[in-house]
Design a protein around this ligand. Structure first.
Ligand code: UD1
Ligand code: CA
Length: 466
Protein backbone atom coordinates (compact mmCIF):
# COMPACT_ATOMS: atom_id res chain seq x y z
CA UNK A 1 0.00 0.00 0.00
CA UNK A 2 3.07 2.31 0.29
CA UNK A 3 2.72 3.61 -3.26
CA UNK A 4 -0.91 4.58 -2.67
CA UNK A 5 -0.38 7.17 0.05
CA UNK A 6 -1.26 10.01 -2.34
CA UNK A 7 -4.45 8.22 -3.39
CA UNK A 8 -7.90 8.66 -1.84
CA UNK A 9 -11.08 6.74 -2.63
CA UNK A 10 -14.42 8.53 -2.71
CA UNK A 11 -17.50 6.37 -2.37
CA UNK A 12 -20.75 8.06 -3.42
CA UNK A 13 -23.41 6.94 -0.98
CA UNK A 14 -25.72 9.89 -0.40
CA UNK A 15 -28.66 8.85 -2.57
CA UNK A 16 -32.06 7.85 -1.29
CA UNK A 17 -32.92 4.87 -3.49
CA UNK A 18 -36.55 5.88 -3.96
CA UNK A 19 -37.56 2.74 -5.84
CA UNK A 20 -36.75 0.48 -2.88
CA UNK A 21 -39.82 1.96 -1.13
CA UNK A 22 -37.95 1.61 2.13
CA UNK A 23 -37.28 3.81 5.16
CA UNK A 24 -33.75 2.47 5.29
CA UNK A 25 -31.08 4.33 3.27
CA UNK A 26 -30.28 2.41 0.09
CA UNK A 27 -26.63 1.74 0.90
CA UNK A 28 -27.58 0.14 4.24
CA UNK A 29 -29.66 -2.57 2.59
CA UNK A 30 -27.91 -5.91 2.95
CA UNK A 31 -26.84 -8.55 0.49
CA UNK A 32 -24.76 -11.58 1.42
CA UNK A 33 -25.08 -10.60 5.09
CA UNK A 34 -23.46 -7.17 4.72
CA UNK A 35 -24.69 -3.73 3.73
CA UNK A 36 -24.10 -2.57 0.16
CA UNK A 37 -21.78 0.16 1.40
CA UNK A 38 -19.85 -2.21 3.68
CA UNK A 39 -19.07 -4.39 0.65
CA UNK A 40 -17.71 -1.41 -1.29
CA UNK A 41 -15.70 -0.15 1.70
CA UNK A 42 -14.24 -3.63 2.20
CA UNK A 43 -13.10 -3.75 -1.43
CA UNK A 44 -11.72 -0.18 -1.27
CA UNK A 45 -9.86 -1.00 1.97
CA UNK A 46 -7.77 -3.49 0.01
CA UNK A 47 -6.38 -0.59 -2.06
CA UNK A 48 -5.86 2.18 0.51
CA UNK A 49 -6.17 2.30 4.31
CA UNK A 50 -9.65 3.24 5.58
CA UNK A 51 -8.36 6.67 6.67
CA UNK A 52 -7.98 7.48 2.94
CA UNK A 53 -11.55 6.46 2.10
CA UNK A 54 -14.24 9.15 2.05
CA UNK A 55 -17.87 8.09 2.01
CA UNK A 56 -20.18 10.82 0.69
CA UNK A 57 -23.33 10.54 2.77
CA UNK A 58 -26.53 12.59 2.72
CA UNK A 59 -29.85 10.83 2.97
CA UNK A 60 -30.11 9.79 6.67
CA UNK A 61 -26.43 10.62 7.03
CA UNK A 62 -26.31 9.97 10.78
CA UNK A 63 -27.70 6.50 10.40
CA UNK A 64 -25.22 5.62 7.66
CA UNK A 65 -22.32 7.09 9.64
CA UNK A 66 -23.25 5.10 12.72
CA UNK A 67 -23.63 1.84 10.80
CA UNK A 68 -20.21 2.28 9.17
CA UNK A 69 -18.34 3.69 12.18
CA UNK A 70 -16.43 0.49 12.90
CA UNK A 71 -14.95 0.40 9.40
CA UNK A 72 -12.75 3.40 10.16
CA UNK A 73 -13.49 5.44 7.03
CA UNK A 74 -14.02 9.20 6.81
CA UNK A 75 -17.30 10.87 5.99
CA UNK A 76 -18.25 13.84 3.84
CA UNK A 77 -21.76 15.26 3.89
CA UNK A 78 -23.73 16.10 0.79
CA UNK A 79 -26.80 17.68 2.37
CA UNK A 80 -28.76 18.01 -0.87
CA UNK A 81 -28.37 15.28 -3.47
CA UNK A 82 -27.90 17.14 -6.73
CA UNK A 83 -26.20 14.38 -8.69
CA UNK A 84 -22.99 12.36 -8.85
CA UNK A 85 -20.96 15.40 -9.95
CA UNK A 86 -22.27 17.30 -6.95
CA UNK A 87 -21.38 14.36 -4.70
CA UNK A 88 -17.73 14.72 -5.72
CA UNK A 89 -17.95 18.52 -5.40
CA UNK A 90 -19.00 17.95 -1.78
CA UNK A 91 -15.74 16.08 -1.22
CA UNK A 92 -13.54 18.90 -2.63
CA UNK A 93 -11.79 19.75 0.62
CA UNK A 94 -11.37 16.14 1.66
CA UNK A 95 -9.57 15.14 -1.55
CA UNK A 96 -7.55 18.32 -2.18
CA UNK A 97 -4.39 16.92 -0.56
CA UNK A 98 -4.27 13.76 -2.66
CA UNK A 99 -2.64 13.49 -6.07
CA UNK A 100 -5.28 11.10 -7.42
CA UNK A 101 -8.69 9.84 -6.41
CA UNK A 102 -10.80 6.85 -7.31
CA UNK A 103 -14.57 7.25 -7.31
CA UNK A 104 -16.84 4.29 -6.60
CA UNK A 105 -20.59 3.88 -6.09
CA UNK A 106 -21.80 2.81 -2.67
CA UNK A 107 -24.66 0.89 -4.29
CA UNK A 108 -22.56 -1.50 -6.41
CA UNK A 109 -21.45 -4.15 -3.89
CA UNK A 110 -19.98 -6.67 -6.33
CA UNK A 111 -16.94 -4.53 -7.14
CA UNK A 112 -13.72 -6.52 -6.70
CA UNK A 113 -10.45 -5.13 -5.32
CA UNK A 114 -8.61 -6.51 -8.37
CA UNK A 115 -10.84 -4.43 -10.65
CA UNK A 116 -10.23 -1.26 -8.65
CA UNK A 117 -6.50 -2.01 -8.71
CA UNK A 118 -6.57 -2.46 -12.50
CA UNK A 119 -8.43 0.86 -12.95
CA UNK A 120 -5.77 2.53 -10.80
CA UNK A 121 -2.90 0.83 -12.67
CA UNK A 122 -4.28 1.79 -16.09
CA UNK A 123 -4.89 5.37 -14.97
CA UNK A 124 -1.24 5.74 -13.93
CA UNK A 125 0.10 3.99 -17.01
CA UNK A 126 -1.91 6.22 -19.36
CA UNK A 127 -1.18 9.36 -17.33
CA UNK A 128 -4.78 10.43 -17.87
CA UNK A 129 -6.72 13.13 -16.06
CA UNK A 130 -9.74 10.82 -15.95
CA UNK A 131 -9.95 7.06 -16.43
CA UNK A 132 -13.19 5.17 -16.38
CA UNK A 133 -14.20 1.53 -16.40
CA UNK A 134 -16.35 0.44 -19.31
CA UNK A 135 -17.98 -2.74 -20.55
CA UNK A 136 -19.83 -3.93 -23.64
CA UNK A 137 -23.45 -4.80 -22.98
CA UNK A 138 -25.90 -6.46 -25.37
CA UNK A 139 -28.67 -4.50 -23.69
CA UNK A 140 -27.09 -1.20 -22.63
CA UNK A 141 -30.40 0.51 -21.76
CA UNK A 142 -30.22 2.77 -18.73
CA UNK A 143 -26.46 3.18 -18.62
CA UNK A 144 -24.25 6.05 -19.72
CA UNK A 145 -22.64 5.36 -23.15
CA UNK A 146 -18.96 5.81 -24.01
CA UNK A 147 -17.90 7.85 -27.04
CA UNK A 148 -14.34 6.97 -28.03
CA UNK A 149 -12.07 8.98 -30.28
CA UNK A 150 -11.53 5.83 -32.34
CA UNK A 151 -12.44 2.20 -31.65
CA UNK A 152 -8.84 1.07 -31.17
CA UNK A 153 -7.73 3.86 -28.81
CA UNK A 154 -8.47 4.19 -25.10
CA UNK A 155 -9.20 7.89 -25.50
CA UNK A 156 -12.75 8.96 -24.63
CA UNK A 157 -14.50 12.07 -25.89
CA UNK A 158 -17.60 11.96 -23.75
CA UNK A 159 -20.02 9.90 -21.70
CA UNK A 160 -23.68 10.42 -22.59
CA UNK A 161 -26.46 9.43 -20.23
CA UNK A 162 -29.38 7.35 -21.53
CA UNK A 163 -31.89 10.20 -21.58
CA UNK A 164 -29.56 12.46 -23.59
CA UNK A 165 -28.92 9.95 -26.39
CA UNK A 166 -30.09 10.70 -29.92
CA UNK A 167 -31.94 7.82 -31.67
CA UNK A 168 -28.83 6.88 -33.66
CA UNK A 169 -26.67 6.82 -30.49
CA UNK A 170 -28.96 4.42 -28.63
CA UNK A 171 -27.32 1.41 -30.28
CA UNK A 172 -23.90 2.15 -28.71
CA UNK A 173 -23.12 -0.85 -26.55
CA UNK A 174 -20.09 0.32 -24.59
CA UNK A 175 -21.36 1.52 -21.23
CA UNK A 176 -19.96 3.37 -18.23
CA UNK A 177 -19.54 1.09 -15.18
CA UNK A 178 -19.65 4.09 -12.83
CA UNK A 179 -16.13 3.71 -11.39
CA UNK A 180 -13.49 6.31 -12.13
CA UNK A 181 -9.96 7.49 -11.47
CA UNK A 182 -9.07 11.20 -11.56
CA UNK A 183 -5.91 13.22 -11.21
CA UNK A 184 -7.06 15.58 -8.50
CA UNK A 185 -5.58 18.84 -9.85
CA UNK A 186 -7.41 18.90 -13.23
CA UNK A 187 -10.55 17.47 -11.61
CA UNK A 188 -10.75 20.24 -9.03
CA UNK A 189 -9.74 22.89 -11.59
CA UNK A 190 -12.70 22.02 -13.85
CA UNK A 191 -15.28 20.42 -11.55
CA UNK A 192 -17.11 23.74 -11.26
CA UNK A 193 -17.87 23.68 -14.98
CA UNK A 194 -20.54 20.99 -14.65
CA UNK A 195 -24.02 22.20 -15.53
CA UNK A 196 -27.55 20.97 -14.93
CA UNK A 197 -28.48 21.02 -18.63
CA UNK A 198 -30.08 17.56 -18.57
CA UNK A 199 -33.53 16.03 -18.04
CA UNK A 200 -32.92 15.49 -14.29
CA UNK A 201 -31.39 18.94 -13.73
CA UNK A 202 -28.53 17.19 -11.92
CA UNK A 203 -24.77 17.66 -11.95
CA UNK A 204 -23.50 14.52 -13.70
CA UNK A 205 -19.99 13.34 -12.84
CA UNK A 206 -20.03 11.66 -16.25
CA UNK A 207 -19.98 15.09 -17.92
CA UNK A 208 -16.42 15.52 -16.61
CA UNK A 209 -15.27 13.45 -19.61
CA UNK A 210 -16.39 16.17 -22.03
CA UNK A 211 -15.39 19.01 -19.68
CA UNK A 212 -11.83 17.68 -19.29
CA UNK A 213 -11.53 17.03 -23.03
CA UNK A 214 -12.53 20.63 -23.72
CA UNK A 215 -9.82 21.73 -21.30
CA UNK A 216 -7.23 19.72 -23.26
CA UNK A 217 -6.92 16.96 -20.66
CA UNK A 218 -6.73 13.25 -21.45
CA UNK A 219 -9.69 10.94 -20.69
CA UNK A 220 -9.40 7.18 -21.23
CA UNK A 221 -11.48 4.05 -20.70
CA UNK A 222 -10.40 0.56 -19.71
CA UNK A 223 -12.45 -2.61 -19.92
CA UNK A 224 -11.56 -4.54 -16.80
CA UNK A 225 -13.14 -6.93 -14.35
CA UNK A 226 -16.46 -8.65 -14.80
CA UNK A 227 -19.21 -6.37 -16.17
CA UNK A 228 -21.49 -7.88 -13.50
CA UNK A 229 -19.48 -5.92 -10.92
CA UNK A 230 -21.50 -2.81 -11.67
CA UNK A 231 -24.73 -4.54 -10.74
CA UNK A 232 -26.68 -2.74 -8.11
CA UNK A 233 -30.26 -2.94 -6.96
CA UNK A 234 -33.05 -0.46 -7.45
CA UNK A 235 -35.86 -2.67 -6.14
CA UNK A 236 -36.16 -5.21 -3.34
CA UNK A 237 -36.49 -7.96 -5.94
CA UNK A 238 -33.17 -6.90 -7.45
CA UNK A 239 -31.60 -6.82 -3.98
CA UNK A 240 -32.72 -10.38 -3.34
CA UNK A 241 -31.32 -11.45 -6.71
CA UNK A 242 -28.02 -9.79 -5.86
CA UNK A 243 -28.02 -11.55 -2.49
CA UNK A 244 -28.46 -14.88 -4.28
CA UNK A 245 -25.59 -14.06 -6.66
CA UNK A 246 -23.25 -13.32 -3.76
CA UNK A 247 -24.26 -16.36 -1.73
CA UNK A 248 -23.96 -18.65 -4.74
CA UNK A 249 -20.46 -17.34 -5.22
CA UNK A 250 -19.65 -18.05 -1.55
CA UNK A 251 -21.10 -21.57 -1.70
CA UNK A 252 -19.18 -22.26 -4.94
CA UNK A 253 -15.94 -21.02 -3.37
CA UNK A 254 -16.43 -23.32 -0.35
CA UNK A 255 -17.33 -26.31 -2.51
CA UNK A 256 -14.22 -25.71 -4.61
CA UNK A 257 -12.28 -25.92 -1.33
CA UNK A 258 -13.71 -29.38 -0.55
CA UNK A 259 -16.80 -28.53 1.48
CA UNK A 260 -19.97 -30.50 0.70
CA UNK A 261 -23.06 -28.31 0.72
CA UNK A 262 -26.27 -30.16 -0.03
CA UNK A 263 -28.90 -27.97 -1.69
CA UNK A 264 -26.75 -24.84 -1.41
CA UNK A 265 -29.65 -22.74 -2.69
CA UNK A 266 -31.42 -23.32 0.64
CA UNK A 267 -28.44 -22.23 2.77
CA UNK A 268 -27.60 -18.67 3.81
CA UNK A 269 -23.82 -18.41 3.94
CA UNK A 270 -22.29 -14.97 4.42
CA UNK A 271 -19.35 -13.93 2.27
CA UNK A 272 -16.78 -13.95 5.10
CA UNK A 273 -17.47 -17.51 6.28
CA UNK A 274 -14.62 -20.06 6.16
CA UNK A 275 -15.11 -23.85 6.21
CA UNK A 276 -12.52 -26.62 6.11
CA UNK A 277 -12.49 -29.53 3.65
CA UNK A 278 -14.62 -32.65 4.17
CA UNK A 279 -17.15 -30.77 6.24
CA UNK A 280 -20.74 -31.49 5.27
CA UNK A 281 -23.42 -28.82 5.41
CA UNK A 282 -26.98 -30.04 5.15
CA UNK A 283 -29.88 -28.07 3.60
CA UNK A 284 -31.33 -24.99 5.29
CA UNK A 285 -28.25 -24.14 7.34
CA UNK A 286 -27.31 -20.50 8.05
CA UNK A 287 -23.64 -19.63 8.51
CA UNK A 288 -23.35 -15.95 9.31
CA UNK A 289 -20.85 -13.22 10.03
CA UNK A 290 -17.28 -14.27 10.73
CA UNK A 291 -18.04 -17.93 11.33
CA UNK A 292 -15.12 -20.33 10.89
CA UNK A 293 -15.64 -24.09 10.75
CA UNK A 294 -12.90 -26.72 10.68
CA UNK A 295 -12.71 -29.89 8.61
CA UNK A 296 -14.66 -33.14 8.92
CA UNK A 297 -17.58 -31.43 10.66
CA UNK A 298 -21.25 -32.13 10.06
CA UNK A 299 -23.72 -29.28 10.30
CA UNK A 300 -27.22 -30.69 10.19
CA UNK A 301 -30.28 -28.94 8.83
CA UNK A 302 -31.89 -25.82 10.30
CA UNK A 303 -28.91 -24.83 12.41
CA UNK A 304 -27.97 -21.14 12.55
CA UNK A 305 -24.35 -20.34 13.41
CA UNK A 306 -23.19 -16.74 13.74
CA UNK A 307 -19.70 -15.42 14.52
CA UNK A 308 -18.53 -18.76 15.89
CA UNK A 309 -15.29 -20.72 15.58
CA UNK A 310 -15.71 -24.50 15.36
CA UNK A 311 -12.79 -26.93 15.42
CA UNK A 312 -12.49 -30.17 13.45
CA UNK A 313 -14.78 -33.17 13.68
CA UNK A 314 -17.61 -31.23 15.31
CA UNK A 315 -21.17 -32.47 14.97
CA UNK A 316 -23.95 -29.91 15.14
CA UNK A 317 -27.25 -31.78 15.08
CA UNK A 318 -30.53 -30.36 13.75
CA UNK A 319 -31.93 -26.97 14.73
CA UNK A 320 -29.17 -25.53 16.89
CA UNK A 321 -28.51 -21.80 17.35
CA UNK A 322 -24.90 -20.85 18.07
CA UNK A 323 -23.74 -17.26 18.55
CA UNK A 324 -20.33 -15.72 19.18
CA UNK A 325 -18.88 -18.86 20.77
CA UNK A 326 -16.07 -21.34 20.23
CA UNK A 327 -16.47 -25.11 19.93
CA UNK A 328 -13.40 -27.36 20.08
CA UNK A 329 -12.61 -30.55 18.16
CA UNK A 330 -14.89 -33.52 18.52
CA UNK A 331 -17.74 -31.76 20.31
CA UNK A 332 -21.31 -32.93 19.67
CA UNK A 333 -24.10 -30.43 20.01
CA UNK A 334 -27.88 -30.64 19.72
CA UNK A 335 -30.44 -31.21 18.47
CA UNK A 336 -32.19 -28.03 19.60
CA UNK A 337 -29.31 -26.58 21.60
CA UNK A 338 -28.76 -22.86 22.09
CA UNK A 339 -25.25 -21.51 22.62
CA UNK A 340 -25.56 -17.83 23.44
CA UNK A 341 -22.58 -15.48 23.18
CA UNK A 342 -19.38 -16.07 25.11
CA UNK A 343 -19.32 -19.87 25.36
CA UNK A 344 -16.12 -21.89 25.16
CA UNK A 345 -17.02 -25.48 24.48
CA UNK A 346 -14.05 -27.80 24.99
CA UNK A 347 -12.97 -30.87 23.04
CA UNK A 348 -15.31 -33.89 23.01
CA UNK A 349 -17.97 -32.07 25.01
CA UNK A 350 -21.50 -33.33 24.55
CA UNK A 351 -24.36 -30.86 24.70
CA UNK A 352 -27.72 -32.47 24.13
CA UNK A 353 -31.25 -31.41 23.35
CA UNK A 354 -32.84 -28.34 24.89
CA UNK A 355 -29.66 -27.20 26.56
CA UNK A 356 -29.00 -23.46 26.73
CA UNK A 357 -25.58 -22.08 27.55
CA UNK A 358 -24.38 -18.49 27.98
CA UNK A 359 -20.83 -17.41 28.87
CA UNK A 360 -20.17 -21.00 29.85
CA UNK A 361 -16.74 -22.59 29.75
CA UNK A 362 -16.99 -26.36 29.45
CA UNK A 363 -13.69 -28.26 29.66
CA UNK A 364 -12.88 -31.42 27.73
CA UNK A 365 -15.42 -34.22 27.92
CA UNK A 366 -18.15 -32.40 29.87
CA UNK A 367 -21.61 -33.87 29.26
CA UNK A 368 -24.81 -31.87 29.55
CA UNK A 369 -27.23 -34.15 27.79
CA UNK A 370 -30.69 -32.74 28.33
CA UNK A 371 -32.89 -29.80 29.33
CA UNK A 372 -30.33 -27.65 31.08
CA UNK A 373 -29.37 -23.99 31.52
CA UNK A 374 -25.70 -23.21 32.09
CA UNK A 375 -25.07 -19.46 32.38
CA UNK A 376 -21.90 -17.78 33.68
CA UNK A 377 -20.51 -21.20 34.49
CA UNK A 378 -17.10 -22.87 34.48
CA UNK A 379 -17.13 -26.64 34.41
CA UNK A 380 -14.07 -28.91 34.71
CA UNK A 381 -13.11 -31.94 32.62
CA UNK A 382 -15.37 -34.96 32.35
CA UNK A 383 -18.03 -33.60 34.68
CA UNK A 384 -21.55 -34.87 34.10
CA UNK A 385 -24.43 -32.43 34.27
CA UNK A 386 -27.71 -34.26 34.85
CA UNK A 387 -30.94 -33.55 33.01
CA UNK A 388 -32.72 -30.41 34.08
CA UNK A 389 -29.78 -28.83 35.91
CA UNK A 390 -30.10 -25.05 36.21
CA UNK A 391 -27.45 -22.54 37.17
CA UNK A 392 -29.31 -19.71 38.91
CA UNK A 393 -26.91 -17.00 37.72
CA UNK A 394 -29.12 -13.95 38.15
CA UNK A 395 -30.42 -12.56 41.43
CA UNK A 396 -32.51 -9.89 39.75
CA UNK A 397 -29.70 -7.34 39.92
CA UNK A 398 -26.36 -9.01 39.25
CA UNK A 399 -25.02 -12.04 37.40
CA UNK A 400 -22.96 -14.55 39.41
CA UNK A 401 -20.66 -17.41 38.47
CA UNK A 402 -21.03 -21.11 39.14
CA UNK A 403 -17.74 -23.06 39.31
CA UNK A 404 -17.80 -26.82 39.08
CA UNK A 405 -14.60 -28.85 39.24
CA UNK A 406 -13.53 -31.87 37.21
CA UNK A 407 -15.08 -35.36 37.37
CA UNK A 408 -18.05 -34.03 39.31
CA UNK A 409 -21.56 -35.41 39.02
CA UNK A 410 -24.53 -33.09 39.20
CA UNK A 411 -27.71 -35.10 39.75
CA UNK A 412 -30.74 -34.38 37.58
CA UNK A 413 -33.00 -31.45 38.35
CA UNK A 414 -30.47 -29.68 40.54
CA UNK A 415 -30.39 -25.93 40.92
CA UNK A 416 -27.06 -24.28 41.62
CA UNK A 417 -27.60 -20.86 43.17
CA UNK A 418 -24.64 -18.68 42.17
CA UNK A 419 -22.17 -17.61 43.31
CA UNK A 420 -21.40 -21.18 44.25
CA UNK A 421 -18.55 -23.67 43.95
CA UNK A 422 -18.69 -27.44 43.55
CA UNK A 423 -15.30 -29.11 44.05
CA UNK A 424 -13.55 -31.76 41.94
CA UNK A 425 -15.14 -35.18 42.11
CA UNK A 426 -18.10 -33.95 44.18
CA UNK A 427 -21.50 -35.59 43.83
CA UNK A 428 -24.82 -33.73 44.01
CA UNK A 429 -27.94 -35.74 44.73
CA UNK A 430 -30.78 -35.36 42.22
CA UNK A 431 -33.23 -32.58 42.88
CA UNK A 432 -30.87 -30.60 45.10
CA UNK A 433 -30.93 -26.84 45.52
CA UNK A 434 -27.27 -26.03 46.16
CA UNK A 435 -26.61 -22.71 47.86
CA UNK A 436 -23.33 -23.43 49.67
CA UNK A 437 -19.91 -24.58 48.53
CA UNK A 438 -19.59 -28.34 48.08
CA UNK A 439 -16.02 -29.51 48.85
CA UNK A 440 -14.10 -31.85 46.56
CA UNK A 441 -15.21 -35.48 46.66
CA UNK A 442 -18.16 -34.72 48.98
CA UNK A 443 -21.78 -35.71 48.52
CA UNK A 444 -24.36 -32.95 48.86
CA UNK A 445 -28.06 -33.62 49.00
CA UNK A 446 -30.26 -30.59 49.47
CA UNK A 447 -33.89 -31.59 49.15
CA UNK A 448 -36.82 -32.49 51.39
CA UNK A 449 -36.61 -36.03 52.75
CA UNK A 450 -39.04 -38.52 51.29
CA UNK A 451 -42.01 -39.39 53.48
CA UNK A 452 -43.71 -42.74 52.74
CA UNK A 453 -46.99 -43.75 54.38
CA UNK A 454 -47.94 -47.38 53.79
CA UNK A 455 -51.55 -47.92 52.70
CA UNK A 456 -52.37 -44.19 52.62
CA UNK A 457 -53.60 -44.11 49.00
CA UNK A 458 -55.73 -47.20 49.34
CA UNK A 459 -57.37 -45.79 52.48
CA UNK A 460 -58.15 -42.53 50.66
CA UNK A 461 -59.78 -44.34 47.74
CA UNK A 462 -61.86 -46.40 50.15
CA UNK A 463 -63.08 -43.33 52.07
CA UNK A 464 -64.16 -41.63 48.81
CA UNK A 465 -66.38 -44.55 47.76
CA UNK A 466 -68.62 -44.14 50.84
C1 UD1 B 1 -24.38 6.22 -12.96
C2 UD1 B 1 -23.78 6.93 -14.17
C3 UD1 B 1 -23.99 6.10 -15.43
C4 UD1 B 1 -23.46 4.69 -15.24
C5 UD1 B 1 -24.08 4.06 -14.00
C6 UD1 B 1 -23.47 2.71 -13.70
C7 UD1 B 1 -24.08 9.31 -13.63
C8 UD1 B 1 -24.77 10.56 -13.97
N1 UD1 B 1 -24.40 8.22 -14.33
O1 UD1 B 1 -25.80 6.20 -13.13
O2 UD1 B 1 -23.32 6.70 -16.52
O3 UD1 B 1 -23.73 3.91 -16.39
O4 UD1 B 1 -23.84 4.90 -12.86
O5 UD1 B 1 -24.19 2.09 -12.68
O6 UD1 B 1 -23.22 9.31 -12.78
N2 UD1 B 1 -25.20 9.65 -5.37
C9 UD1 B 1 -24.81 10.54 -4.41
N3 UD1 B 1 -25.24 11.83 -4.49
C10 UD1 B 1 -26.06 12.25 -5.48
C11 UD1 B 1 -26.45 11.32 -6.47
C12 UD1 B 1 -26.00 10.02 -6.39
O7 UD1 B 1 -24.08 10.22 -3.48
O8 UD1 B 1 -26.40 13.43 -5.48
C13 UD1 B 1 -24.73 8.27 -5.27
C14 UD1 B 1 -25.85 7.28 -5.19
O9 UD1 B 1 -26.23 7.06 -3.84
C15 UD1 B 1 -25.24 6.03 -5.82
C16 UD1 B 1 -24.20 6.59 -6.78
O10 UD1 B 1 -24.01 7.94 -6.42
O11 UD1 B 1 -24.61 5.24 -4.84
C17 UD1 B 1 -24.62 6.49 -8.24
O12 UD1 B 1 -25.77 7.29 -8.45
P1 UD1 B 1 -27.01 6.75 -9.27
O13 UD1 B 1 -28.06 7.77 -9.23
O14 UD1 B 1 -27.36 5.38 -8.87
O15 UD1 B 1 -26.38 6.74 -10.76
P2 UD1 B 1 -26.79 5.76 -11.93
O16 UD1 B 1 -28.16 6.06 -12.36
O17 UD1 B 1 -26.50 4.37 -11.50
CA1 CA C 1 -26.80 3.14 -9.50
Amino acid sequence: MESNDRLAIVIMAAGKGTRLKSQRPKVLHEVGGKSLLAHVIAAASRIVPPSQIFAVIGHQADRVRKAMEAMGVQFVEQTEQRGTGHAVQSAREAIAGYENILVLSGDAPLVQPETIAELWRFHQAEQAAMTLLSANFDIPTGYGRIFRKSPDQPDVVAIVEQKMLTPEQISIREINMGMYAFRTAPLLAHLGKLTTNNPHSELYLTDMAAVLNAAGERVVAVQAGDPAELLGANTIAELVALDATLRNATASRLMAQGVTIFKPETCLIDAGVEVGPDTVIEPFVHLRGKTKIGSDCIIRSYSVIEDCALGNDVLIRQSCVLSASTVADGARIGPFAHLRPGCEIGPDVHIGNFVETKKAKLARGVKAGHLTYLGDAEIGEDTNIGAGTITCNYDGVNKHTTRIGRDAFIGSDSTLVAPVIVGDGAYIGAGSCITKEVPADALAVARGRQVTKDGWAAARRASRKK
